[in-house]
Design a protein around this ligand. Sequence first.
Ligand SMILES: C[S@@+](CC[C@H](N)C(=O)[O-])C[C@H]1O[C@@H](n2cnc3c(N)ncnc32)[C@H](O)[C@@H]1O
Length: 272
Amino acid sequence: MRYDPTFYAGAAVHYRSGRPPYSPQLEALLAEELGLDGSGRLLDVGCGPGFLTVRLASLFEDAVGLDPDPAMIAEGRRAAEERAIANITWIQARAEALPAAAPGPYRLVTFGQSFYWTDEVPVAEAVYDMVEPGGALVLLGHHAAGRVVPPSPGPPRIPHDEIRELVRNYLGSTGRAGRSTPPVQALSLQDALARSRFGAPRVIFAPGVPDHVLDVEGVLSNYFSMSFAAPHLFGDRVGEFAGELRALLSGRSPAGLFWDWPGDTKVLLARK
Ligand SMILES: C[S@@+](CC[C@H](N)C(=O)[O-])C[C@H]1O[C@@H](n2cnc3c(N)ncnc32)[C@H](O)[C@@H]1O
């Protein structure tokens, strides 16, 4: 897949405030599954602003966050500094530059909603050689379909259908990513791993955050953090779009708060 540096142009500053967190039980689940004890190394590929890198770093001696987008890397570095986490190295590179960009060995290699941006099977093959025996590759994402929806903590849900319609009004009905369209996923994540030496992964669900609440600016950031609605795509109409979205949201929640249910955290775990 051809990387386009504008995939997430302008999105990095919105990512931490806009995106829902992964399951609060993620650290415990991975520690238990993989026997993590503070030794070994972590590589977080397509780390974005370091959601996972920062959360998992304390389970390892050293961690590496790797992403081709320099603004994402800058956000990750800033988040680690704010939390006084000193064992993370940040590397600006594509997954396809592995292993040279961040040589192993690693106990765990993670991809949080980033594997589908890469040349999946060759990348999994490269990672296989970088993981120590007994180590693992883990793909993470939010998964709502078929999961039990928790009760709302009060505020209405984000009106995603209406917002997507508004995005389409500005950007057209063909999904956008950078200067082109999003990557076509020829294989499911499971099937891509099954075609590598890792083989088919185990699928584990960790309970998602049931009460993630955002204000209007948070919902705006949620959309600006996504490649299909990244700020640069709106060109000089970005302010107009933001104004329309704020107006739409103010009519949907008098308190200006919205509930976000991204689903449970789906963990695809492939051992070496
Ligand atoms: C949806 S974000 C995920 C960020 C973070 N891992 C998380 O879980 O929140 C996808 C990330 O993949 C990165 N990315 C895109 N193409 C990539 C590639 N070829 N190799 C590595 N990362 C890539 C993007 O720059 C972006 O930061």
